[in-house]
Design a protein around this ligand. Sequence first.
Ligand code: ZN
Length: 490
Amino acid sequence: MNRRNFVQKAALGSAALLAPNPFRALARRGDGIPLDQLFVGTMIIPSALYAKGVAATLDEMQALAGINTVMPFTHTHVGRQYRADYRPFEDADGHPLTDIYVRTHEAYYPDPRWADRGPATRYADRDVIDELVEAGASRGIQVYGRILEPYVITGVIPGFEVFAEEDALGAPGDHVCFNHPGYIAYWEAVIEDLVRSHPQMAGFKFGQERGGPLQNALEGKVVTCFCPHCLRKARQQGLDAEEARQGFLALKQFSDQVRAGEAPPNGRFMTFFRTLSDYPELLAWERFWMQNREDQRRRMYAQIKRIRPSVQVGWHIDHSMGWALGMQAFWPYEQMGPYSDWLSIALYFDSFGRRSKGHYDRLYKDLLFGDADPALSYPMYLSILGLDPAQEPAYVAHAAEDTEFSDEYVYREVRRAVTTVAGKAKVYGRLGFDMPKYDCDIQPEQVYQATTRMFEARVDGVFCGREWDELQPKNAEAFGKAVRDYLKRR
Ligand SMILES: [Zn+2]
């Protein structure tokens, strides 16, 4: 997944002028939704926040969308993995930005380099949580921190190369291993420092955007992780790593052959099924990998609750949950309750079309469902996802241009979470629109309707947009109007 806008946001940097604040008077009229009425959050990239100004941004959020919870990144290392040469973000003057937007304390870190904010970088002297807490207090706005996992080894975080996964052929991968003790220690240190040093931080969100080995094998990759730490843990759980290794290599071979134009004599779907039958440990290993990912969340949840139980800990459910069959099958909402206060469900209805089509093209069109014509298999794919193909754009529409999904997609996607979480955690709908580089031209009526549908699905709270600074004011305002109308009706 490409987070290109991350790059653009950071590039805004220091040159943006601090314009007069047209939203101050509006915000003073008490337009913010009181926290005890409904959770109304939004996300912001710190450099964009600083470019516009903290107070001005909060006033704008409150006046337009009724925001009462703001969630900046505290660490932005993940964005570097999408940049050429992993180079630092820069401001408009070409001055490199820090990757850590909160103060750090060396004592927490087994490797002192992890506390290094780059003293010469811009914003290394500021603390985004403290500043937002101070500015938010008088406005009734609470502050959550968030981090996305920087899972690609880029050299940005010193020592990560030691934590590399090992693939099925014994080569080091370019991703970090969930089970490496050093990697576990890194997160323990970051969380300990962040939570202890920010007693006013009301909540925290963590997540990642990487999928499991089944999907990777079908994409023709040599899968991970067969490092000594994973092998030991697998053995303790009675798994047969060798059978899994052979199975994933067989699956990759199947994928490679189909891509090369060879038609398997038993058909594509049946050959996939046959491979699962020949190597039943494939499914167990997929579950193992996904559970290793969840173990990271379980550790983090327990640690934060030990430090300060009032911190509301939630998880980033990435957009692929909506379109990847493997993700839906192997990442059950049903089981997340015990280590979740809340889940943030991605509902980016503008970008869903192109993104889900890309996934369908890579894994299903010619591969798993390649026995059928796309005119048949694409609607079936949407049906399997729980969507209504009759209400969503046809395959050819996506092929021609970016085409948004409907508010029915928004409703069904978040309703699935509400139903399966079954009250064991709160479910917040993260409505995404106006995403850069998608030519959907979303209009306020669509945002109003999509926001209203989240409430029909009985969400516990809502997030406005993917990142605040990519939203058109008219659409943020439509979101706010739908929230206010809902509260009037309720
Ligand atoms: Zn490993």
